[in-house]
Design a protein around this ligand. Sequence first.
Ligand code: NAD
Ligand code: UDP
Length: 320
Amino acid sequence: MKKILVTGGAGFVGSHLCERLLNDGNFVVCLDNFYSGSKENVAHLTGRPGFELVHHDLVEPYALDVDEVYNLACPASPIYYQYDPIQTTKSSVLGALHMLGLAKRYHAKILQASTSEVYGDPTQHPQRESYWGNVNPIGIRACYDEGKRCAETLCFDYKRIHGVNVKVIRIFNTYGPRMAVNDGRVVSNFVVQALRGEDLTIYGDGSQTRSFQYVTDLVDGMLRVMATDDSFTGPVNLGNPDEFTMLELAQTIISLTGSKSRIVYRPLPEDDPKMRRPDITLAKEKLNWEPRVSLEEGLEKTVDYFKQKLEYEKVPQMTL
Ligand code: NAD
Ligand code: UDP
C-alpha cells in the first residue's frame, strides 16, 4: 500500500483521482483549501478506510512522509483564477516549491499538474511539448499561465539540483461530473444553461477551438505517468486531440439535452487562445495512452450529473 498525497484533491479532477487511487488500494491524503473545490466532492470518500482529508492552504509549507505527490492545488477556471490573481500565482509557485521540498525531504515521486495554458495563444498547431509557447506575461491570464510555467521551471531545477523524481503533465481542457455548477468553464456553463433553458453564452464569435478530454481518461494518464521510471520526466501532453469550435460545442449540447435554449454572443475575454489541440504522440509512445471517451459519450455522463445536481438543488429548504 502506497501513501499518496493529492493536493487540490477536493477539486474536480482531484476528487476523481483520489477515488481511483483509493479504489486501487492506496492510502490517500487529500489536501485542499476549498477555494474552488468542496468537501462535497469527496464526501463519498470520507469515512472510507485509507482516506484522510486535510484542510490546508499550500501557500504555507506542509510536511508529510509520503511515497508520491500529485500536485493539483490551483484554481483552473479563468473566472476563479482571475478573481484573486496574486493568490493564484502564490498557489502555483509557492505550492510547487513546498511540494518539491517535501518530495526532496521524503524521497517521494512528484507529479506536477501543468497545463496547455503554458502554450498561451499558440502560434503552432497542434501543440507539441517542444513548443515554448506564446504567453502574455502581463495579461489577465498570466497569473495562471506564468504561475504554471514557473512551477515547471522549479520541477526541472529540483530534478537537476537535487535529483528529485519529477513528472510534469500538461493537461488540456478536461470536463466531467463534479465540475461546480458555477465553475465558469465552457462545458459546465453550456450544460447548466441548456438544462435550465437559459441562453448559451458564447464568448466572441464561437470560432475559437478547444479539444475536450473526459476526466477518467485524464486520471488514467496521470497514473501511467506516475508509474514511469526515474528517466521519464515529461513534460507530456494529456488531452483529447478531437478539436471543436465553441459554436459546435454549444450546438452539440443543445441537441444532446433537447433544450430550447438559444445561443447568444458575449465579448471575447482578453488573451483568449484562438485554438488548442494536443499532439499526443509522446503520450502514445511512452505511456501507451490515448483517450477512449468520445465527446458525445462524456457529455452524456456530464449532462446526467448536472441533471441530478440541479434537480437536487431545486428541492426547497425545509423550514418550520
Ligand atoms: P479545480 O479548481 O476544481 O481544483 C483545484 C483544487 O485546488 C480546488 O479544490 C481548490 O480548492 C484547490 N486549491 C486551490 N488553491 C489551493 C491552495 N493554495 N492550497 C490548497 N488547495 C488549493 O480545478 P481542476 O479542473 O480540478 O484542476 C486541477 C488541476 O489540474 C489544477 O492544477 C489545474 O491547473 C490543472 N488543469 C486542469 C485542467 C482542466 O481542464 N480541468 C486543464 C489544465 C490543467
Ligand atoms: N467560453 C464561452 N462561453 C462560456 C465560457 C467559456 O464561449 O460560457 C469560451 C472561452 O472564451 C474559451 C473557451 O470557451 O474560448 C474555453 O473556455 P474555458 O474557460 O472553459 O477554458 P480555457 O480553455 O479558456 O481555459
